[in-house]
Design a protein around this ligand. Structure first.
Ligand SMILES: NC(=O)C1=CN([C@@H]2O[C@H](COP(=O)(O)OP(=O)(O)OC[C@H]3O[C@@H](n4cnc5c(N)ncnc54)[C@H](O)[C@@H]3O)[C@@H](O)[C@H]2O)C=CC1
Ligand SMILES: O=C(O)[C@H]1O[C@H](OP(=O)(O)OP(=O)(O)OC[C@H]2O[C@@H](n3ccc(=O)[nH]c3=O)[C@H](O)[C@@H]2O)[C@H](O)[C@@H](O)[C@@H]1O
Length: 581
């Protein structure tokens, strides 16, 4: 068998989340190959050539900087790179079609086709064309037909399928140490030679036994199947999380127990607010569409259910936020921690945070959003379009989580960033209105500790023992400080005093209590009682350093709910802004 000439020049069309990292790693491992990554998006290429790369991926920047200008180039001169290359990766986006036949389900292959026509029109030498993008089964065949129908004399093409399995956030590790590299090609001598040529590129750093070869269609279908199985696992554990919440079981315990079965394994069993990202939904929709086209409605329905479960999970979580906050979040500030679809990436495509944010905004909430890698421009772009609210009035993007917590009623964790586990939640709590809530959509926080601080905590897949940790002192008559000491209650930790009547016996020591609290800490003191009591209390409490808030338990007007806490909280909020002694 003849050997294919050694690959010495690679062109990658599409400088996105796949093309950029993949070909950067190839350039770093195969320093004798010149790798040029091209894109029609000029600003993206300019960013790749700058100090601020267009995507965040741990470890990527170092490798780009070490190879850029050596054997790694980013360019908008697509024609030149295509002409010079022996091997061309097509890594363009293949989004879900939003028009015409297959709208909302089929993959839109217009970018792939544009690449094929461009290669056919401008190539003056033979090429191996590699489908890196995720495509429907038999897409390589269409690619091949376009190329061959436009072939110039003396130019030949071999089309390979080489799907990418990297996950964002761990892309560099995945590329350096892949579980497998899959290459599909034609079952002809030329096809096998092309497979061998691409394989030789990977063999520089990937053990040969991890490079598997197959026919093109199996390769294409394996990619869709891998994503479908991964998404199915998440939807399966999320379905169980709903059962756990209804029964008192804990989904983390269930995941641990089943994950130790070597047949199941522990990965992808993290129950969450739902999966996001640019591929799971798109690829599942594609699989559903292909199954329908093949007249396999049962198969289509089966995979559709994985997506339905994901929608259910997101909406269940969003509804729970509103229900727990006394069924109304109108004008309530809510802090969203995380906006990316997972940690260690700035990518927000199909992020569950977008769904949650839109839901809360539609319910009238005011959002204060913090994500370490997503900027405000991206947040506003993602939230624009569908809502009936003026976004700039109801959404702020903060530069740190503590600012995002000021005046907020609730924290909602949407992304599992490591830094969220080590925040100073006492500090967050002190900046929030009470009762203060945490909704942990990623199950990453120390829930017991949060409850001890005073938060009401809700999470996915288990019921938490939320007991009201607030301490109430009923009346504050003569001898109260002494008696609180006898009962080992620290006066300075006092946050609530309930005044039962205006009689001097009940309020005698109130000024001293307030002075003590003011001197030592404090985040504020709430007095509970009737309006009448407060009119008198106003006259005896004039403190510069301490906010004393009123909670008028008797007033029922203006109440949207008969729930005591709801009413208390509304009045508390209103007073908090207007009354300071
Ligand atoms: N994002 C991910 O983690 C993974 C994505 N994939 C698949 O890889 C493909 C690419 O995905 P991403 O890199 O995330 O997309 P992306 O949207 O980040 O990047 C695609 C790039 O292709 C460029 N492009 C489109 N048409 C072009 C043309 N005719 N000429 C030159 N450039 C063109 C776009 O300007 C864009 O910069 C998709 O099929 C996706 O399903 C596969 C594995 C992982
Ligand atoms: O084709 C693709 O685009 C890629 O899709 C996924 O990678 P990615 O979407 O980048 O990230 P994942 O780690 O798979 O996470 C996807 C979503 O599922 C969520 N997830 C993941 C794991 C888990 O246990 N629970 C869970 O909710 C994540 O938070 C995230 O929202 C696959 O993992 C990659 O193998 C594949 O190459």
């Amino acid at each position: 068998m003849k050997a294919y000439p050694k690959v010495s020049k690679i062109c990658c069309i599409g400088a996105g989340y796949v093309g950029g990292p993949t070909c950067t790693v190839i350039a770093s491992k195969c320093t004798d190959i010149t790798v040029t990554i091209v894109d029609i998006n000029e600003s993206r290429i300019a960013q790749w050539n700058s100090d601020s790369l267009p995507i965040f991926e741990p470890g990527l920047e170092e490798i780009v900087k070490s190879r850029r200008g050596q054997n790694l180039f980013f360019s908008t001169d697509i024609l030149k790179a295509v002409k010079e290359a022996d091997l061309i990766f097509i890594s363009v986006n293949t989004p879900t079609k939003n028009f015409g036949v297959g709208k909302g389900r089929a993959a839109d292959l217009k970018h792939i086709e544009a690449c094929a026509r461009l290669i056919a029109d401008h190539s003056t030498s033979s090429k191996i064309v590699v489908e890196k993008s995720t495509v429907p089964v038999r897409a390589a065949e269409s690619l091949s037909r376009i190329l061959k129908a436009n072939t110039k004399p003396g130019v030949t093409y071999q089309v390979l399928s080489n799907p990418e399995f990297l996950a964002e956030g761990t892309a560099i590790c995945d590329l350096l140490n892949p579980d497998r590299v899959l290459i599909g090609g034609e079952d002809t001598e030329e096809g096998q030679l092309a497979i061998a040529a691409l394989s030789s590129v990977y063999e520089v750093w990937v053990p040969k036994e991890r490079i598997i070869t197959t026919n093109t269609w199996s390769s294409e279908l394996s990619k869709l199947t891998a994503n479908a199985f991964l998404a199915q696992r998440i939807s399966s554990i999320n379905a169980i999380s709903a059962v756990c919440e209804a029964t008192g079981a804990d989904v983390s315990e269930v995941a641990r127990a089943i994950g130790m079965d070597t047949r199941l394994g522990p990965k992808f069993l993290q129950s969450s607010v739902g999966f996001g990202g640019s591929c799971f939904q798109k690829d599942l929709l594609n699989l559903v569409y292909i199954s329908e086209c093949l007249n396999l409605p049962e198969v289509a329905e089966y995979w559709q259910q994985v997506l339905n479960m994901n929608e259910f999970q997101k909406s269940r979580f969003a509804k729970r936020i509103v229900e727990t906050m006394f069924n109304t979040i109108t004008n309530k500030k809510i802090t969203l921690l995380g906006f990316a679809f997972k940690k260690n990436t700035g990518d927000t495509r199909e992020s569950p945070a977008i769904y949650i944010a839109k839901y809360l905004l539609e319910e009238g909430a005011v959002l204060q959003i913090y994500d370490p890698k997503v900027d405000s421009k991206q947040v506003f772009a993602d939230l624009s379009g569908t809502l009936s609210v003026n976004l700039s009035e109801v959404v702020t993007v903060s530069k740190n989580p503590y600012d995002a917590a000021v005046g907020s009623h609730a924290i909602v964790v949407c992304t599992e960033w490591d830094e969220f586990t080590s925040l100073d939640y006492e500090r967050m709590y002190s900046r929030m209105l009470k009762p203060a809530f945490v909704f942990d959509g990623r199950k990453i926080l120390n829930h017991k500790k949060l409850i001890d601080i005073g938060f009401h905590v809700e999470t996915i897949g288990c019921k938490l023992n939320n007991i009201d940790q607030s301490k109430y002192l009923f009346s504050c008559g003569e001898g109260t400080p002494r008696r609180t000491q006898e009962h080992r209650m620290r006066f300075a930790k006092l946050e609530n005093i309930f005044l039962t009547s205006l009689h001097w016996d009940n309020i005698d020591e109130l000024p001293e209590a307030c002075l003590t609290v003011q001197e030592i800490v404090n985040t504020g003191l709430t007095l509970h009682g009737s309006e009448l009591l407060f009119q008198s209390a106003d006259k005896i409490l004039i403190l510069n350093e301490l906010s004393v808030l009123h909670s008028d338990c008797l007033r029922k007007s203006n109440s949207k709910s008969t729930v005591y806490f709801s009413e208390k909280q509304e009045i508390y909020t209103a007073r908090a802004q207007s009354r300071k002694f």
